[in-house]
Design a binder for this molecule. Structure first.
Ligand code: CP
Length: 308
């Protein structure tokens, strides 16, 4: 069973093949209407369940469109409307869904839910975000970086802000794709040390630098994310804003990175909070390419999951 649960759990060769396949899939669609079928239809006659226990725009639409372009059909399921949200176990849900569908994508809260789904499903399971990681997003980000700036291996990526689930998948990717990663943010919002140790053990440089200006020096890519994630208590908003204000990505901060450094944000953004409009809409911003590339990267991931 080929589940796509996390970047660090997927072989380096498979990850590289997925990025290359995503580029090919994207190029082949150049100029076609969004609803047109691909030439290659690996999901023909396949049914895909898309389960959302949290809100989504990009993940929901890009998976739905991607499945249809590859010839399959989708069933978008809200966790609260399923028996899963009313006491049925994740294991039983996985076993039942496996009788109806060929592939499951789930966005959920706890990583344990994803893992229990994968352990009990007899079809591939894809991680569409948990509180801990967001691997599909980072596959799209790698694709985006390489389209614009060439191979990411050996490059310097700087994350400014909260050491959250999206950062965690960047740390996994640093180890697998071989790029250096610097985290800059307040100590109270540091990422789990385990993510850093694991990447370092794979031979890449991972640093924590409290001064954002020093952190971005020599950066090829600067990344940030919303200061309050979906799994954070709304009551934490004011405290987090106070902690993170100094780590806003603005033109002044970007001026200390390489001149051609890219800026990324997985979206949704809170404009003029974690990043200013000038950066979000500036010439080095890749935010909407990242969003588009969710579609192409995830098609490559689904294709890989179903290859024997
Ligand atoms: N970046 C991302 O996962 O977006 P959505 O929450 O809209 O799916």
């Amino acid at each position: 069973m080929k589940h796509f649960l996390d970047i660090n759990k997927t072989a380096v060769d498979d990850l590289r093949n997925m990025i290359d396949s995503a580029k090919t899939i994207k190029d082949a669609r150049n100029g076609r209407p969004k609803g047109a079928l691909d030439d290659d239809l690996p999901l023909k006659d396949h049914m895909v369940a898309l389960i959302f226990e949290k809100p989504s725009t990009r993940t929901r639409v890009s998976f739905d469109v991607g499945v249809r372009q590859m010839g399959g059909q989708t069933m978008v399921l809200s966790g609260s409307e399923m028996q899963l949200g009313h006491g049925e176990t994740v294991a039983d849900t996985a076993k039942v869904l496996s009788r109806y569908v060929d592939l499951i994508m789930i966005r959920t809260f706890e990583e344990a839910t994803l893992l229990e789904m994968a352990e009990n499903a007899t079809v591939p399971v894809i991680n569409g975000l948990t509180n801990r990681t967001h691997p599909c997003q980072i596959m799209a980000d790698i694709l985006t970086f390489e389209e614009k700036a060439g191979p990411i291996a050996g490059k310097k990526v700087v994350w400014s802000g909260d050491g959250n689930n999206v950062f965690a998948s960047f740390a996994h990717a640093a180890g697998q794709f071989g790029f250096d990663l610097t985290f800059t943010g307040p100590q109270t919002l540091d990422p789990e040390q385990g993510f850093i140790d694991e990447a370092r053990a794979k031979g890449v440089k991972v640093e924590i630098e409290r001064d954002p200006v020093k952190a971005v020096q020599g950066a090829d890519l600067v990344v940030t994310d919303t200061w309050v994630s979906m799994h954070d208590a709304p009551s934490a908003r004011e405290r987090r804003h106070n902690q993170l204000r100094g780590f806003q990505v603005n033109e002044e901060l970007m001026s200390h990175a390489k001149e051609d450094a890219l800026f990324m944000h997985c979206l949704p953004a809170h404009r003029n909070e974690e990043a200013t409009n000038a950066v979000m809409d500036g010439p080095n911003s890749a935010v909407f390419d990242e969003a588009e590339n969710r579609l192409h990267a995830q098609k490559a991931i689904m294709k890989w999951c179903l290859q024997s």
